[in-house]
Design a protein around this ligand. Structure first.
Ligand SMILES: [Zn+2]
Length: 333
């Protein structure tokens, strides 16, 4: 069958990655592909991966279907905070559980929207854990956060602005891709944004509840990622997003967000979402959570991180959870 997908496993080795303690290379970045390849190569592939299957539907209750439910954005940065957090998304791929003797369950924590709130952004970049930094282009502290994160060995990805369903009332910011742009224009924008972050080993979408549902636009993005050897993380701001599937179809390593951790900006609620991330990770052999540079999120992370080892949880980079469609046949299971 076309398309074999699985989560890749390895022991946590982020601290040993010497390539992250180097000075910023000149732009455009010639070594991003190499760094990603090193990361991917370092991941020990599990023996005889099974053909990927869609996860069965979660047994927890699903939101009742209403007309146009799927077009509603699941989360974007203008979220009011008045509604309860959405249910976690089940992982898209069957995962391989850790072998006996391997400690703990891996979860990834991605902090989006970095580069605009300098104080919190820099504090998050310095957190003593392998948190993935998703940085918006052209923010007042975007470069500084990238350089701090790179120096301390954090994984850095471009947080690519994309059109939400509320556009133009809500604008995703500079360097955004918008419906109606042609293939060449989208590729140029993504390339320029990537040139701003030579440290980046992948991208994820900022907003994007409209344009991530459009195959042609996503295919244009994936062409750039393929050329540069980068991965794609689907933030899943729409249930109808095709971005993850288009990435795999293009032969690009991809992953998908399961839990938003700070839709409600209260430290106690964020802590409960981090517990949900742990629970999802235990159930599925790993999970990816996305948060934002709110002071409450920083506070919750500072409380949550020290107790992880005691609960046999470890924070890993997003690149530990990449699925592959090695033949790039255009079909994912
Ligand atoms: Zn964002």
């Amino acid at each position: 069958m076309a398309g074999v997908g699985y989560f890749l496993w390895k022991d946590y080795k982020g601290k040993e990655t010497k390539s992250h303690v180097i000075t910023v290379p000149p732009r455009p970045n010639p070594s991003a592909k190499q760094r990603l390849e090193q990361t991917v190569m370092a991941i020990k592939e599990p023996p005889a991966p099974e053909p990927a299957k869609e996860q069965t539907k979660p047994t927890t209750k699903e939101p009742s279907k209403v007309v146009d439910e799927e077009s509603r954005p699941l989360y974007e940065e203008h979220f009011s905070g008045k509604e309860p957090p959405p249910p976690p998304m089940p992982p898209r791929r069957k995962v391989v559980p850790p072998r006996t003797g391997e400690p703990s369950v891996a979860v990834a924590v991605v902090i989006d929207d970095l580069g605009f709130h300098a104080h919190v952004s820099k504090a998050i970049a310095r957190l003593p854990a392998d948190i993935t930094l998703a940085i918006l282009p052209y923010g007042p502290s975007s470069r500084e956060v990238a350089e701090i994160g790179h120096k301390v060995g954090k994984e850095i990805i471009l947080h690519q602005p994309m059109e939400p369903v509320e556009y133009p009332r809500i604008h995703p910011g500079n360097g955004a891709i918008i419906t109606g742009m042609g293939d060449g224009e989208i590729q140029t924008i993504v390339k320029q944004n990537l040139d701003y972050f030579p440290e980046a080993v992948g991208i994820n979408n900022h907003m994007g509840s409209r344009i991530t549902t459009q195959v042609a636009a996503m295919d244009s993005v994936m062409k750039v990622l393929r050329t540069r050897g980068l991965f794609f993380l689907d933030s899943r701001t729409s249930q109808r997003s095709v971005a993850f599937d288009r990435a795999l179809a293009a032969g690009i390593p991809a992953a998908s967000r399961q839990v938003f951790i700070d839709n409600v900006q209260r430290a106690d609620v964020i802590l409960s979402q981090l517990n949900q991330l742990e629970k999802t990770g235990r159930q599925h052999g790993g999970a990816i959570g996305i948060g934002h540079p709110y002071p409450e999120t920083l506070q919750a992370l500072e409380q949550w991180l020290p107790g992880l080892a005691g609960r046999q949880i470890r924070v890993v980079r997003v690149s530990h959870f990449l699925s592959h469609n090695k033949n790039g046949s255009g079909k994912s299971p």
